[in-house]
Design a protein around this ligand. Structure first.
Ligand code: BGC
Length: 813
C-alpha cells in the first residue's frame, strides 16, 4: 500500500529479493518472466528459486492437471458466493482454497474474477460476483485475504473491463474515465487497498485503444502509482503479444510457455537497445517478491510459514451453498416442505446436477451430491419420487457413467510407451504431465479404450471433442476416421468447443460393448502450449419430450409438493462465448408450466450461474435460485427445502427479462464495443430506465420476517434497528443505499453504500452500524482527473433490497 511502512519481515524479504536479483544475468532474468509451460515459471537453482506454480481458480484449485483423476473441492460459483453477502464467508472460502493449493503444490491461485455483470449475456457472468462494484470489492477482498492468509498468492482478474466474451482476444472496449473509475476499476482498487493482493492478471481486451497487457496508464500510473500495488502482473493466457509494448506497459509475466514474447525475445530487445534493462529488473523484482512471499525463494521467510488449521472442504462447500440460495418467491407457505409430505422431484439437473460453470473455472470434484442424492438422504423413505421431465442437454457429454476407460500411448511404430487410468472420457495433459515414460517427442497416438455398459436400451450416440485426427470404434464398427478442424479462430476452441456426434448405435441396457477412440497427436513446431486434449463423448437414447413432460406432470399430481430443478447447460454458460438469450434451454419452460398446472404447490429450483428468464414465475408457489452450487449442492438444497436451514442469499445482480434489461450489447462492431451506458449498469440502469425487473438487486427471503424499526445516521454511520417478527431464528442482510437528493452531476438514483448481516431469535431486535464510505458521495471528475465529493443533501435508506423503501433519513454532506 502507498505510504504503508514495511514490516521487518517485509524488509528481510525485500533484501533477499535484491540479493537474488543482483545474482542474475539478463538471460536468466528474462527467462524468469516467461512461462516454461502451461502453468509454471522456470526454477533458477543458482539463486535458490524453485518453480512457481499457478492454477485456476476461482471455485477450486485445479492444479497442473486438467482431468478428473486429480480431484479438487468444488465450491459454489462466484455469483453464489456473492449472493451470501458475507465477506467473512468469502474469507473462509479463501482459506480452504489455500489449503487445496498447498495440497496440490500450487503457489498462486488465478482468481478471483472481479469483472462486473455489465450485461446478463456475458458468458462468464457466473464467474464474476455482482453488478455492483462495492459488493464485488468486499467479497473479492474477503476472498483474497483468505487465500493469502494460507500463504498462497492470488491474481485478481481480469484487469480491466473484461466483461464479455465475444471477440475477447481483440475487442476494444470504449469506456469513459468516469465509468472506469466508478465501476470497472473500483473492485480492483478496493481489493488492493483492503487485501493487498500479491498479483493481478491483465485481460485479453483493449481499453480505449490499448490492449491491457500494454496499458501503461492503467497498470503503471493507476494500479501501481496511485494505488500502491506492489504485486506481479501476469498476462491472461496468450494475451501478451508484443515484447516491447508489454514490458513498457508494466507486464511482468507472459503466460503460458514455452513460446512467449518474453524470454529470449526480451533479452534480445534489451541488447538491441529497445528496452531498458531497468524495466526488466523491475519486473523480475516483483516476480521474486512473489516467490519470496509464497516461500519458493531460498533465504526468504514466506509470509505464512505454517499452514493454517485444516478446513473441512465438504462441510464448507455445503454451508456456502445453502447460504447462497436466494428464495425469491414463497407463496402458499410452500417452503419449507411439510414434514412427512410426499415430494415429486423433477428435472434432468435434479439427477445429473450442474455444479459449476464452463471454461477455465472448471475443476473436477471427487464427488457430486445431486438434488436427488441430497433429498433421498434427507426425506423419509418412500416419500420421494423422481421424474426426468425434460432434458435441456442438446449435445453429447464427456463419457462418464457406465464407461470403464484407460489411455494407451503409442509411438510412431505403434509400440505402447505408456498408459494412464482414465476416470472419464476426457484426456487433457498439459506440459510435462504425461503418463510415465512418455514424452512429447515420442508420443504419436493416444487411445482411449475400454467398455461401456448402457443403463438404457435404445440408440446411443458417440462423438469426439477436440481438434485433429481421430478414429472412433464402437462395438467393432469404425464410425469415424478423419480430421476434426477448428470452427473458429480461438486458441481455446479445443477446450471449449462442442463435441461432434459421429456414431449412433442400438445398445441394450446392461450389455457391455468395447469402445475405442484413437487420437493422432501432432504438436506443430510453433505451438506455444504443449497440450494433448480431446474427449470421447456420449449421449443416452432420447425419449419423446411430450411423454417425459406428461410423466412428470403425473408424478407432480400424485405428490404433496413438486420440486422442479431447471438448469442451463455448458453450451449456455461458459467461458469462450456470450449468451444470445436468457431462456432456459430445451422444453424446461413447458415442463414447469405442466407441473404447476398439475400441482399448485410447485417449487422451482433454478440451477444456473447467472440470470435466466422465468416466464412462469407467478404461476408457481416458490422459486429458489440455486446458482451453480458446487459439489455439495444437493445436500445444501435438502438442508434448505426441509427447513433445517433457511436459504441465506440475496441477489447480487438484478434478474429480469432480456427485453427489459437496459444493457445488453456484448457484440463489438468493427472491433469496438462502446460502453454507451456509461455509469449506468445493473440496478443503476434499471432505475434510470424506470423499469421493474423480475427480482431486484438485494432481494431474498428467509424463513422468518423482519421489521425495520429505526434508522439514525450518526456521523458517517447508519445505525439500523431490525426485529425478527417471525417464529424462528434467522439472518437478515441489512442494506444501506445512498440517494442524491440535491443538484449535482448526473448520478445513479441510488447506490449500495454498505451492508451488515444480523442474526436474531424470534421476537428479538438487533442494532447494527453500517459505515458510509466517502466514495458513496463522490464522483470521478473527468476534467480534473480526481474524485470529487458532491456536497448537498442525500437520502439514506436502510432496506431489504433496492426496491424496498425500508426506512429513510435525510443527511447533508
Ligand atoms: C482465462 C483466465 C484463466 C486462464 C488460464 C484464460 O483463458 O481467461 O481466467 O486464468 O485462461 O486457464
Amino acid at each position: 500500500m502507498a505510504g504503508a511502512q514495511p514490516t521487518p519481515a517485509e524488509e528481510a524479504r525485500e533484501a533477499a529479493v535484491e540479493a537474488a536479483l543482483g545474482a542474475l544475468g539478463l538471460d536468466a532474468k528474462t527467462r524468469l518472466l516467461a512461462g516454461q509451460d502451461m502453468w509454471t515459471l522456470p526454477a533458477l537453482p543458482e539463486i535458490g528459486l524453485a518453480s512457481l506454480v499457478m492454477s485456476d481458480g476461482p471455485i477450486g484449485v485445479r492444479g497442473v492437471r486438467w482431468t478428473a483423476d486429480d480431484p479438487s473441492v468444488a465450491l459454489p460459483s462466484p455469483t453464489a458466493l456473492a449472493a451470501a453477502w458475507d465477506p467473512e464467508l468469502a474469507r473462509r472460502a479463501g482459506v480452504l482454497l489455500a489449503q487445496e493449493a498447498r495440497r496440490k503444490g500450487v503457489h498462486v491461485l488465478l482468481a478471483p474474477t472481479v469483472n462486473l455483470h455489465r450485461s446478463p449475456l456475458g458468458g462468464r457472468h457466473f464467474e464474476c460476483y455482482s453488478e455492483d462494484p462495492y459488493l464485488t470489492g468486499v467479497i473479492g477482498a474477503g476472498y483474497v485475504t483468505g487465500v493469502q492468509s494460507g500463504g498462497v498468492g492470488t491474481t485478481v482478474k481480469h484487469f480491466v473491463a473484461n466483461d464479455a466474451e465475444t471477440e475477447r482476444f481483440t475487442v476494444d472496449n470504449l469506456v469513459s474515465a468516469r465509468a472506469l473509475r466508478e465501476l470497472y476499476l473500483a473492485p480492483f482498487e478496493a481489493i488492493v487497498a483492503n487485501a493487498r493482493p500479491w498479483g493481478v492478471m491483465t485481460a485479453y481486451n483493449s481499453v480505449n485503444g490499448t490492449t491491457m497487457t500494454e496499458h501503461r496508464h492503467l497498470v503503471e500510473e493507476v494500479l501501481r502509482g496511485e494505488w500502491g500495488f506492489d504485486g506481479v502482473n501476469v498476462s491472461d493466457w496468450t494475451a501478451a503479444r508484443d515484447t516491447v509494448g508489454a514490458v513498457r506497459g508494466g507486464l511482468d509475466i507472459a503466460m503460458p510457455g514455452p513460446r512467449t514474447v518474453y524470454g529470449p525475445a526480451l533479452a534480445r530487445a534489451v541488447r538491441d537497445g529497445e528496452v531498458e534493462e531497468a524495466l526488466v529488473d523491475a519486473a523480475v523484482r516483483r516476480v521474486l517478491r512473489l516467490a519470496a512471499r509464497v516461500g519458493v525463494l531460498a533465504g526468504a521467510e514466506p509470509v505464512v510459514p505454517e499452514p493454517p488449521a485444516p478446513v473441512d472442504g465438504e462441510a464448507l462447500a455445503r454451508e456456502i451453498a445453502r447460504r447462497s440460495f436466494v428464495l425469491v418467491r414463497n407463496e402458499r407457505a410452500a417452503l419449507p416442505l411439510k414434514p412427512h409430505g410426499t415430494v415429486a422431484l423433477i428435472g434432468a439437473a435434479a439427477r445429473d446436477a450442474r455444479v459449476l460453470g464452463g471454461g477455465s473455472a472448471t475443476v473436477f470434484p471427487a464427488r457430486v451430491v445431486s438434488p436427488l442424492d441430497g433429498l433421498t438422504a434427507a426425506l423419509p423413505e418412500g416419500t420421494l419420487r423422481y421424474a426426468v421431465g425434460a432434458d435441456p442437454a442438446t449435445e453429447l457429454a464427456v463419457a462418464g457413467r457406465g464407461f470403464r476407460l484407460r489411455a494407451v500411448c503409442r509411438d510412431a511404430d505403434g509400440t505402447v510407451i505408456g498408459t494412464r487410468s482414465a476416470p472419464n472420457g476426457l484426456v487433457q495433459w498439459m506440459g510435462s504431465d504425461l503418463p510415465g515414460g512418455v514424452t512429447h517427442d515420442t508420443l504419436h497416438t493416444v487411445e482411449l479404450t475400454g467398455t461401456f455398459t448402457p443403463r438404457a436400451t435404445g440408440p446411443h450416440t458417440f462423438g469426439i471433442k477436440g481438434l485433429g485426427a481421430f478414429t472412433l470404434t464402437v462395438d467393432g464398427t469404425t464410425y469415424y476416421d478423419d480430421v476434426q478442424r477448428p470452427g473458429k479462430d480461438d486458441p481455446f476452441e479445443t477446450f471449449f468447443g462442442a463435441p461432434v456426434p459421429h456414431a449412433r448405435t442400438e445398445l441394450t441396457a446392461g450389455e457391455p460393448v468395447e469402445v475405442s477412440l484413437v487420437h493422432t497427436v501432432r504438436l506443430p513446431d510453433d505451438l506455444s502450449m504443449t497440450v494433448v486434449t480431446f474427449a470421447l463423448a456420449h449421449a443416452e437414447p432420447r425419449r419423446d419430450p411430450d411423454e417425459l413432460i406428461a410423466e412428470a406432470a403425473e408424478a407432480a399430481r400424485n405428490a404433496d409438493t413438486a420440486v422442479v430443478v431447471v438448469a442451463t447447460t455448458e453450451r449456455v454458460e461458459s467461458e469462450g462465448f456470450d449468451r444470445t438469450d436468457l431462456r432456459l434451454p430445451g422444453r424446461q419452460d413447458d415442463l414447469v408450466r405442466a407441473v404447476a398446472a398439475a400441482n399448485p404447490d410447485t417449487v422451482v429450483v433454478v440451477n444456473s450461474g447467472s440470470p435466466v428468464e422465468l416466464p412462469w414465475r407467478e404461476e408457481v408457489a416458490a422459486v429458489l435460485l440455486g446458482w451453480f452450487p458446487g459439489q455439495e449442492g444437493g445436500a445444501a438444497l435438502a438442508d434448505v427445502l426441509t427447513g433445517a436451514h433457511e436459504p441465506g442469499g440475496r441477489l447480487p445482480t438484478t434478474w429480469g427479462s432480456l427485453a427489459d434489461a437496459p444493457v445488453t450489447r456484448v457484440v463489438p462492431a468493427g472491433g469496438e464495443l462502446p460502453y454507451t451506458e456509461d455509469v449506468f449498469i445493473g440496478y443503476r440502469a434499471w432505475e434510470k430506465a424506470g423499469r421493474t425487473p423480475s427480482y431486484p438487486f438485494g432481494h431474498g427471503l428467509g424463513y422468518t420476517d423482519w421489521a425495520y424499526e429505526s434508522l439514525v445516521v450518526d456521523g458517517g454511520t447508519a445505525r439500523v434497528r431490525v426485529r425478527n417478527t417471525g417464529e424462528r431464528a434467522g439472518r437478515e442482510v441489512v442494506q444501506v443505499y445512498v440517494a442524491p437528493a440535491g443538484p449535482g452531476p448526473e448520478r445513479p438514483a441510488r447506490r449500495l453504500a454498505g451492508f451488515a448481516p444480523v442474526e436474531a431469535g424470534p421476537g428479538e431486535s438487533v442494532e447494527v452500524g453500517v459505515e458510509l464510505p466517502a466514495r458513496a458521495f463522490e464522483v470521478w471528475d473527468e476534467t480534473a482527473g480526481r474524485w470529487e465529493c458532491v456536497k448537498g443533501s442525500y437520502e439514506i435508506t436502510a432496506a431489504r433490497s433496492i426496491a424496498d423503501h425500508g426506512l429513510t433519513a435525510p443527511i447533508n454532506v
